[in-house]
Design a protein around this ligand. Structure first.
Ligand SMILES: [Zn+2]
Length: 84
């Protein structure tokens, strides 16, 4: 890679990426790496993909008082998110 990104550019790229309807685990890995490199917090975007298989998270959602759990439709992993 010859282009060096600034933090702002990296953030824009990440924003753009997560607007997409679909993505592969490979692409997620790249985005996570980029976010880490630039110290960008993914926060809300973490809800968009499964923490185990990294595919787009679609599945059953269960909500408790403190957490929201989304069961991954692909690998069955329960992704837990705190409710703010
Ligand atoms: Zn999964």
């Amino acid at each position: 890679m010859k282009t060096r990104l600034s933090k702002t550019e990296a953030r824009e790229k990440i924003e753009e990426f997560f607007k997409r309807e679909d993505f592969t685990s490979e692409e997620i890995k790249k985005m996570k790496r980029m976010a880490m490199k630039f110290n960008i917090r993914l926060d809300g975007k973490r809800k968009l993909f499964c923490k185990k298989c990294l595919s787009r998270l679609r599945g059953k959602t269960r909500v408790s008082k403190t957490h929201k759990t989304v069961e991954c439709g692909i690998c069955g992993e329960r992704n837990k998110f705190k409710i703010k």
